[in-house]
Design a protein around this ligand. Structure first.
Ligand code: COI
Length: 356
């Protein structure tokens, strides 16, 4: 357990909104729990750690993150175990990745103690917002953004680190139709594709809108040089089972190092599966689809968990994948991960963190 040197001031809500909300039946990311955590960076140190009622944050119109994009975030989930404990999944990995993003975006690191203590205190206050329904959880959004009111282009001196939470069910309600994107790029070598910079998501919206007009749910991004290799999908890393091998694009600076991605690979390794983490050519995806050797394709992510892919579109051809019920690996790993996250199965890798 980390030790915070700074106290966290708590201002509880006068009246909880919880009685008005059915946490087991809410749309993703639209209903927020009673409180939020805030810490301010003043140019030198993090200060004024506080839990306050969820609500608007006053910002200057010149707030530099709005203009120049110094804004990063994480996605995590809290679960309630069958015995009532609040469980987090690999929270220290999120904290480390937030700071990797911070470094790349010239922002100050958030110390582990502030991240973990703020998060745990928030969950202690809002634990009743964790849904009990299978497949649901409390989605946690830590985020960090520049707050200088200054229009010069420079790294900000002031920042806010905040955490909000929202009860959620599945992010995708059905298997996904994905289109291999060959005109636009998500990330380029030397860029920021490997970090959770807000702009990575903003820039993907227009190409995704175009794909939606063609009947697709999401894109498969290809490499920023030749559109020759598949990289990741909209909100997820990508995995394929071709023959008996689990194949996924190897990590590079254009791909986010997903925590769910790593967990799936670790379980697959435990089960003795052959794994290939390497550049994956669009050509070999087409080949496997045409030969019928593509057994399974899915995305992995905190919000998406394991998202089955039902169709892959490449140029003007749309390929249909095997029915979801026949997907041995993705169904098994989805179940296993869910059981571990909910404290129902042995946590061999030390992934589960109990909020005391
Ligand atoms: C997550 O999986 O937590 C993400 O951050 C993806 C998201 C943009 C919904």
């Amino acid at each position: 357990m980390s030790i915070t040197t700074l106290p966290i001031a708590i201002q509880p809500v006068a009246k909880s909104r919880l009685p008005e909300v059915d946490v087991n039946n809410v749309p993703f990311g639209k209903v927020f729990s009673d409180h939020m955590f805030i810490a301010d960076f003043d140019g030198q140190t993090w200060n004024d750690l506080r839990i306050v009622p969820y609500g608007d944050v006053p910002l200057s119109p010149a707030t530099s993150s709005i203009h120049y994009g110094q804004s990063i975030f994480e996605g995590m989930k809290a679960y309630r175990s069958d015995s009532g404990d609040v469980l987090l999944f690999r929270p220290f990995d999120n904290q480390r990745r937030l700071n990797l993003s911070a470094e790349r975006m010239a922002m100050p690191a958030v110390p582990e103690s502030i991240f973990m203590d703020g998060l745990c205190e928030l969950l202690r206050n809002d634990k009743n917002w964790i849904p009990s329904k299978e497949g649901s959880s409390l989605y946690i959004r830590p985020f960090h953004f520049a707050t200088d009111d200054y229009l010069g282009v420079k790294a900000s001196d002031h920042y806010k680190f905040m955490i909000i939470t929202t009860p959620v069910g599945p992010y995708y309600s059905h298997p996904l139709k994905v289109l291999v994107e060959k005109s636009f790029f998500r990330a380029v070598p030397g860029g920021v594709g490997f970090v959770k910079a807000s702009g990575n998501y903003g820039r993907s919206l227009y190409p995704t809108q175009l794909a939606k007009q063609k009947g697709y749910d999401q894109l498969i991004w290809t490499d920023g040089r030749e559109h020759k290799y598949v990289e990741e999908s909209g909100t997820m890393n990508l995995m394929f089972v071709i023959g008996d091998k689990l194949i996924t694009p190897g990590l590079r600076d254009t791909i986010l190092a997903g925590i769910t991605r790593d967990s799936v690979l670790t379980l697959a390794r435990d089960w003795g599966m052959t794994i290939e983490e390497r550049p994956v050519e669009v050509r070999e995806v087409v080949e496997a689809l045409e030969k019928g050797t593509m057994q399974d394709a899915f995305g992995t992510g905190t919000a998406a968990t394991i998202a089955h892919i039902s169709h892959i579109g490449i140029d003007d051809i749309q390929y249909e994948l095997p029915p979801v019920e026949k997907r041995e690996f993705s169904n098994k790993v989805n179940f296993e991960l869910d059981q571990i996250r909910r404290g129902r199965k042995e946590d061999k890798h030390g992934w589960v963190y109990r909020v005391s």
